[in-house]
Design a protein around this ligand. Sequence first.
Ligand code: PMP
Length: 396
Amino acid sequence: MTGALYRLPLRPELAGQEPYGAPQLDVPVRLNTNENPYPPPAGVVAAIAAAVAAAAAGLNRYPDRECAQLRSALADYLHAESGARLGPEQVWPANGSNEVMQQLLQAFGGPGRTALSFAPTYSMYPEYARNTFTEWVTGRRAADFSLDLDQALPLIERVQPSVLLLASPNNPTGTALPPEQLRAVLDAAPGLVVVDEAYAEFRRAGVPSAVQLLADHPQLVVTRTMSKAFALAGGRLGYLAASAEVVDGLRIVRLPYHLSAVSQATALAALAHSGELQAALEALRTERDATVRWLREQGLQAPDSEANFVLFGTFADRHAVWQGLVERGVLVRETGPDGWLRVSIGTAGEMAAFRAALTDLLGSDLIAHDQIERKNFRELQDVPGHHRPGSNEEGR
Ligand code: PMP
């Protein structure tokens, strides 16, 4: 068959779906994908370049399939960062934590099984489920975006998920999952409990990481990434910490040589300079807390955040606010429940530009102050239940 008669055998559930991703617009201030705004310092750039040059000399060969050196270095990093000592057999890297989580669903989800999460949360989760033919169910978070155990535990009981995905801090709300809540979920969940700690390094001092619970909970999986605090989003390196048995499951489904020699060399060099790459964390936390305060002073709502972004609103027409900010050179993310926007924390200069643009907008005819809605958080949420991928209310 040729031309108009030929019909691509695209899976019907993929027809009409858009590829995932934030608009990549060329504006001066980009605060829409939760990156670290500070590029690697020159010394670290040189170290990464040297490591990649050394790897280049051996590129005729496939890389180490088991990523042994990198897994040891990641285990050492987690020890320093969270206090928990893991063996390299408990760590597994891939091309971003997105790939790690998709591998988790390939190995532990699948037809006849269910994955569960609580919205609003990261909107890639339903896509991993779709890609692995796993049934997808979402419950609701509480009015303040925390996990509501009175709703969550019965839903876990009813759904019996093979994989439960919980982001902490949660995207797009910035909400952390307290350890006592995680313990309650671990007691109730029949399958894997995945705590997505993509933003863990931004948490406040004294807030523990779920990594510390791994020793006592074989069904716990903690995913991490070098895309955020590490200033290595372009390197595509995510990883998880779990029992060696979980890692063995992923080793079955991973493609051979999934992590290139260039990626492994880049990540190893970055890990050797983690202090320099994360030098701005404290400044970013301070800027984040100042941003929350400033937004509230403007009469807006902004939940406390443990991450490097802040959700703010609510607006009767959030798209108009998003567009108005773009026209003023500032790109934020149109995500979260209806009425809300999310801003990533940038440099001090970028945040000043964000404040100036929003101030201008709030004073303009376009977004008169009386258009700011003062809805209670609860009104913005609906009932728990089955949830189709592609909903607009999740964190992207
Ligand atoms: N988890 C969360 C909660 C995220 O927000 C992101 C990135 N936006 C990821 C995972 C994936 O990050 P990466 O694949 O770059 O590691």
